[in-house]
Ligand binder design. Structure first.
Ligand SMILES: O=C(O)CCC(=O)C(=O)O
Ligand SMILES: [Fe+2]
Length: 347
């Protein structure tokens, strides 16, 4: 069996263009094309996010998740508002895929979501239901989380420029779809108090899913748990290398590229040590695109051997159908292919 590996790509030549040549950038774009075509997950180096900003994010998440359950629940919002606190076992990501979890148990992660708000674009009439305002447990939390949010957003934007080059498109191709991008960051905490862990039950940290948008920038600590479904049909453990951010493609990119690039299935199954869950943390920054952008397969990705596989969809339509699955328990039904891949991997 061939060894599963998440390729590393150093995007330094795009982050600090003046220090590199066009040939350096072309090499990055080629490496990205290879990674996106084969795995759909990439270890990104040279991203330029200061370690102090990452440490600030981790500290803010630790401080919040360390509060009493009641204090955390004060920041819970209705399921149709994708912001604020999500208690453990209130979502089921596999429902976003059209698959019910074997035990019908919800995922045990808890999360805190922040995102882009309509008020950031006073000149545009953006729907508040998508671009909801944030809630902030403290000024310190807000400053630290927002500093990282800005950095992750910058990295996501740089990545779309790498993608455009890798796909042979004009470098600014994605700008028209992302100038008021509906971005959301989910900070995840995988932990259950000692004594509450039912070792015989189905312990899913986060159920299998694909991400919904264009690209995800994922910071994760190095505790095991993240698993990626390889082209070989098996689940593989993935841990970020020192200093790396994990990057994976979402459904909209698979759709744009007619599956030349992969929106890779992944899930989280944190290890159990001495009868308790080894705590794990992550923060997924979802770069989803403008709510009103129409995603149509890129013409260079369609030919006789690769007929167009998807009907055009707006970002808002797709993201909301998916969120109704994960957050509101309404099974998503437009993804037979992915649901089949998950069932095949289970058996
Ligand atoms: O915790 C992780 O490493 C993955 C999280 C994830 O897949 C998500 O939030 O969509
Ligand atoms: Fe994900």
């Amino acid at each position: 069996m061939s060894e599963f590996r998440v390729p590393a790509v150093d995007i330094g030549p795009y982050v600090e263009p003046e220090q590199f040549t066009d040939a350096d950038r072309a090499a990055v774009a080629r490496a990205m094309d290879e990674a996106c075509s084969t795995v759909g997950f990439v270890q990104v180096l040279g991203h330029g996010v200061p370690p102090s900003v990452i440490a600030g994010l981790a500290d803010a998440a630790d401080a919040f998740f360390g509060l009493d359950p009641d204090a955390k629940r004060a920041y819970q919002l209705p399921p149709d508002v994708n912001r604020g606190y999500t208690p453990p076992k209130s979502e089921s990501l596999s429902l976003s895929l059209g698959v019910e979890s074997a035990s019908k148990m919800n995922d045990f992660f808890e999360a805190f979501n922040v995102g882009t708000a309509a008020s950031e674009f006073p000149g545009l009439d953006l729907p508040e239901s998508d671009y909801s305002e944030n809630v902030w447990p403290s000024a310190q939390f807000r400053a630290s989380v927002w500093a990282y949010y800005a950095e992750a957003g910058r990295v996501a934007h740089v990545l779309t420029r790498v993608f455009a080059d890798a796909l042979g498109l004009p470098s600014d191709f994605f700008e028209q779809f992302t100038d008021h991008s509906l971005d959301v960051m989910r900070m995840n905490n995988y932990a259950l108090p000692p004594g509450t862990v039912d070792l015989d039950g189905d312990l899913t940290g986060m159920g299998e899913h694909t991400d919904y948008g264009i690209v995800t920038v994922l910071w994760a600590d190095q505790v095991a748990g993240l698993q990626v479904l390889g082209a070989d049909g098996a689940w593989h453990d993935v841990r970020p290398a020192d200093g790396a951010l994990l990057v994976n493609l979402g459904d909209l990119t698979a759709q744009w590229t007619n599956d030349r690039w992969r929106s890779t299935l992944h899930r989280v199954k944190p290890p159990i040590v001495d009868g308790t869950i080894e705590r794990r943390r992550s923060a997924a920054y979802f770069h989803d695109g403008n709510v009103d952008a129409l995603i149509e397969t890129i013409s260079t990705c369609v030919d006789e051997d690769h007929p167009a596989a998807y009907r055009p969809v707006t970002v808002g339509e797709h993201i909301n159908a998916k969120l109704r699955g994960s957050r509101a328990g309404v099974l998503y039904t437009d993804s037979d292919r992915n649901a089949r891949r998950v069932r095949a991997a289970r058996s």
